[in-house]
Design a protein. Structure first.
Length: 382
């Protein structure tokens, strides 16, 4: 079981998590719901040991302390993260991406069985093993990302907004797949803005508001909770009093009153009208009025100054190009600049009277090196 106790995180002076405590059991899907900036990604990153901020509190897995260990060690101990944006290697094939996930020692001896398990979970990946990952659709790439995390044979799989950018159909498929992951006995900690579908497959859920957990309950009860419907499922206040989330309209025209969970108030997402004090229609009308009353054209003196400035700039650019061309003609052959560090062309001999030569900076592009692990266990560069 994953147990998070009083987790805190701060980026400099800016607190991102305050005293967050939660649990995820084996074969349990737990969803974290929260508005933008509530701290959801920070929570997953802090558990994985990759949070850039200062982290406090304790994370335990199976009674063993994970806090303070490196991110590699945390994967090794059984917690895998599918980050927001997937992070797959686009130039590698599906199979290569999956096999990269099997690098932790805990997964190496079972690589073939894990691969089979992943391909059983995502049959589409079985057909596409040799396909270059970047040519897959968004939903398929998400399967590769989840499959790669599963290749590390995790006890706990954490996913950050896996449905982001997927069509409704692919979302449905994704959530069905996650329900199958749970069937394998893996605990799933899911951060999602798609509250409806995530609550439909989850066992329990936590509401994270403004750095703190403000409520926890069983997923079916959260889905029926009027306050949750209003804050996360887009129900109107009237519809929220009904208990069937499915019948609730998606958008509210009424200002949402403050929501209360237990004794702590949660801040629901606010409409533009609530935040700005003006409706979108009013803003558009205002902008149209201002635009209609704005003076047309540009004052002649401003136009003249702008024209002069443009001509000055153009003549400077032309001079630079001429100097660069001269300097290139005079440069001796067989003397290419060394590209490892920025290199600067120096003025050629006898060119002092032509003013300073333009500075040309050359940087080496970052190179990604791919290593393959042979059956012997040795790594070889591709
Ligand atoms: N690397 C960072 N440096 C500084 N501040 C950060 C960093 N990462 C996150 N934050 C801040 O921490 C707060 C929580 O961010 P986080 O990304 O965890 O929120 P979130 O709930 O995942 O939001 P979203 O749903 O928009 O992804 C935000 O105010 C954010 O600006």
């Amino acid at each position: 079981m994953l147990e998070v106790r009083n987790l805190t995180a701060a980026y400099g002076q800016h607190p991102a998590l305050k005293d967050v405590s939660l649990t995820v059991g084996a074969g349990e899907i737990v969803v974290i719901l929260g508005a933008n900036g509530a701290g959801k990604s920070t929570l997953l990153r802090a558990i994985s040991g990759i949070c850039e901020g200062k982290v406090g509190g304790e994370v335990m897995l199976g009674g063993q302390l994970l806090s303070g260990h490196s991110s590699d060690e945390i994967v090794e101990r059984g917690v895998a993260l599918v980050p927001e944006g997937r992070g797959i290697f686009g130039d590698l094939t599906v199979k290569e991406n999956l096999l990269l996930g099997a690098y932790p020692a805990r997964a190496r001896s079972d690589e073939a069985a894990n691969l089979d398990r992943v391909l059983g979970l995502f049959p589409k990946l079985r057909e596409r093993q040799g396909q270059v990952a970047r040519t897959m659709s968004g939903g398929e790439q998400q399967m590769v990302a989840i499959g790669r995390a599963m290749m590390s044979a995790p006890d706990i799989l954490m996913l950050d907004e896996p449905s982001l950018g997927l069509s409704p159909l692919l979302c449905k498929e994704l959530f069905q797949n996650l329900a199958h992951v749970k069937d394998l006995g893996i605990g799933v900690l899911l951060v999602e803005q798609n509250a409806k579908q995530s609550l439909a497959i989850a066992d329990r859920g936590y509401l994270l508001e403004n750095t703190q957990i403000v409520h926890e309950d069983k997923a079916d009860r959260l889905a029926k909770d009027p306050a949750v419907q209003k804050a996360y499922l887009g129900a109107t206040s009237k519809a929220a009093t009904k208990t069937n989330a499915k019948s609730a309209p998606r958008h509210s025209a009424e200002p949402a009153p403050a929501v209360r969970f237990s004794s702590i108030s949660a801040t629901p997402r606010r409409t533009a009208e609530q935040q700005i004090g003006m409706s979108i229609d009013d803003m558009v009308r205002n902008a149209a009025r201002q635009s209609a009353s704005a003076p047309r054209g540009i004052a002649p003196d401003v136009a003249l100054a702008a024209d002069r400035l443009a001509k000055d700039r153009l003549s400077v650019v032309i001079k630079d190009i001429e100097a660069a061309a001269k300097s290139a003609r005079n440069r001796k052959a067989n003397k290419p600049p060394t590209p490892s560090t920025p290199s600067y062309s120096s003025a050629p001999q006898g060119a002092e009277d032509e003013g300073p030569a333009p500075v040309i900076e050359v940087y080496r592009r970052p190179v990604v090196e791919v290593y393959r692990r042979r059956p012997s266990g040795q790594f070889e560069r591709d």
